[in-house]
Design a protein around this ligand. Structure first.
Ligand SMILES: Cc1ncc(COP(=O)(O)O)c(C=O)c1O
Length: 189
């Protein structure tokens, strides 16, 4: 797709007629067609009631997931959509139980605060939290993050792009270290 093709899509986002909009990481510009989709949702709810679930809604998380999967190179059936990042992290965290020899969650203070709150809430359940501090310039040292991972680490969680500074974290060395130690990795991408 060339730059001209991309330009054509501007008309699909009404807010771009009146402003420059650069906060797509948070609440993206509303696509014009979202209004039609919301009206369709309301129509299904008002006319089909609870039947709307089995007629379509149950499948949507997977249908949309497959579309996203085609963009990010993930196999069909492996991407599931959730309401927001923090809920998705909570769902993923449900797969990890603390064991005495492996009860640590390693994360970064520079992660989005709602994720840190979620991890703090795991402490009474038996997890121990290891929070890697930010660098003075609001970047994150990948070496410090990797060094915090050891054989007691159950899960490593970090943002690919830090919300405060836009610093891009190189995931490869962190993932390599986690695999070496037998820890799972959760990336807020
Ligand atoms: C990097 C990052 N992670 C997580 C979140 C939180 O997302 P949500 O409100 O979908 O849980 C944000 C919100 O802006 C974010 O920028």
């Amino acid at each position: 797709m060339g730059a001209d093709d991309l330009d054509r899509w501007r008309a699909e986002f009404p807010i771009l007629e009146s402003t420059v909009y650069m906060i797509s990481n948070s609440l993206g510009a509303m696509p014009r067609r979202a209004a039609e989709s919301l009206a369709e949702y309301a129509r299904a709810w008002s006319t089909r009631g609870v039947r709307a679930w089995e007629e379509r809604w149950w499948e949507m998380a997977r249908e949309v997931g497959d579309r996203v999967g085609a963009i990010i190179g993930a196999p069909r059936g492996s991407v599931s959509m959730h309401e927001n990042v923090t809920t998705a992290a909570m769902v993923a965290l449900g797969c990890v139980s603390p064991r005495p020899a492996r009860n640590r969650i390693v994360c970064a203070a520079a992660d989005f605060p709602s994720l840190i709150y979620l991890y703090r809430a795991q402490e009474p359940l038996g997890f121990e939290l290891s929070v890697v501090p930010p660098e003075p310039d609001f970047t994150l040292s990948v070496e410090r993050l990797a060094d915090a991972i050891d054989d007691r680490t159950a899960l490593v969680s970090f943002s690919h792009v830090l919300f405060r500074s836009s610093f891009i974290v190189d995931p490869a060395p962190v993932v390599a270290r986690a695999r070496q130690c037998g820890a799972l990795v959760l990336v807020d991408g």
